[in-house]
Design a protein around this ligand. Structure first.
Ligand SMILES: Cc1cc2nc3c(=O)[nH]c(=O)nc-3n(C[C@H](O)[C@H](O)[C@H](O)COP(=O)(O)O)c2cc1C
Length: 185
C-alpha cells in the first residue's frame, strides 16, 4: 500500500463511557491511517470541559479540539447509538463547529449500538450531521453491535469494515489533493 503523505486525520470519540466500543473502532481507524503515513489525533469528547461544550463560556481544550477538527482533512466520528441516533456529546461538539467548516473534508461515520435495529443511524443520523457542515461522507459507514465485541475487542469483520472506510476516506482525500485544493491541510 502506498503512503498517503501528510494527511491530517482527527478521530472524535463521542461516547461518555469509560470503556467504549465506538472509541475502540475510532482508535483502530486512526491506527490504520497512521500506518499509511497520515498524521492522526484522537479527541476524546468526554474528557472536555462540559460547560464549554455546552456553550457556557470557553475553554482552551475545547478550542484546541475544534481547531484540530477544522484543520484535519479527514474527520472520523465515533458514537454510540443513544435513543436511535448519535450521542448528545457528539452533537454539542458539532454544534460548536463553524458553519461550512467541513467543506472539502471527508467524514467517516462509526456507530456502535446494542443490535442492528438502529443501524440506519449511520445514514439517517451521522451522514446528514456531517453533510450539514459540508463534509463529503464515505459511502461505507461503519455500524457495530454489542455481539461483535468480546472482551473489549472488535470482531474481524467489523475491523474490516473500518479498514474499508479508512481506505475510502484516504482515496477521497487524495482526490482532493490531486485537484490542487490548497486551502486544505
Ligand atoms: C442512554 C443509552 C441509550 C441507548 N440507546 C440505544 C438505542 O437506541 N439503540 C441501540 O441499539 N442501543 C442503544 N444503547 C446501547 C449502546 O448504543 C451500545 O451499548 C453501544 O455499543 C455503546 O457504545 P460505547 O461503548 O461506545 O458507549 C443505548 C445505551 C445508552 C447508555
Amino acid at each position: 500500500m502506498s503512503e498517503v503523505g501528510n494527511v491530517a486525520v482527527v478521530g472524535l470519540s463521542g461516547s461518555p463511557a469509560a470503556s467504549s466500543k465506538s472509541r475502540v473502532l475510532v482508535a483502530y481507524a486512526l491506527a490504520r491511517a497512521a500506518a499509511r503515513g497520515a498524521r492522526v489525533e484522537l479527541v476524546d469528547l468526554a474528557a472536555l470541559p462540559a460547560d464549554a461544550l455546552l456553550g457556557r463560556g470557553s475553554a482552551p481544550a475545547v478550542a484546541a479540539a475544534l481547531d484540530a477538527a477544522t484543520r484535519a482533512r479527514i474527520v472520523v466520528a465515533g458514537t454510540p447509538v443513544y435513543r436511535a441516533t448519535y450521542s448528545g456529546l457528539l452533537k454539542v461538539f458539532f454544534d460548536l463547529l463553524p458553519q461550512d467548516s467541513l467543506i472539502g473534508k471527508v467524514g467517516v461515520p462509526i456507530v456502535t449500538g446494542h443490535d442492528r435495529g438502529h443501524a440506519l443511524s449511520v445514514d439517517h443520523g451521522l451522514r446528514p450531521l456531517f453533510a450539514s457542515l459540508g463534509a463529503t461522507v464515505v459511502a461505507g459507514g461503519v455500524y457495530g453491535t454489542s455481539a461483535q465485541f468480546q472482551d473489549g475487542k472488535a470482531a474481524p469483520e467489523l475491523l474490516q469494515a473500518v479498514d474499508r472506510a479508512v481506505e475510502e476516506a484516504l482515496a477521497l482525500a487524495g482526490g482532493a489533493i490531486s485537484r490542487g485544493d490548497q486551502n486544505l491541510s
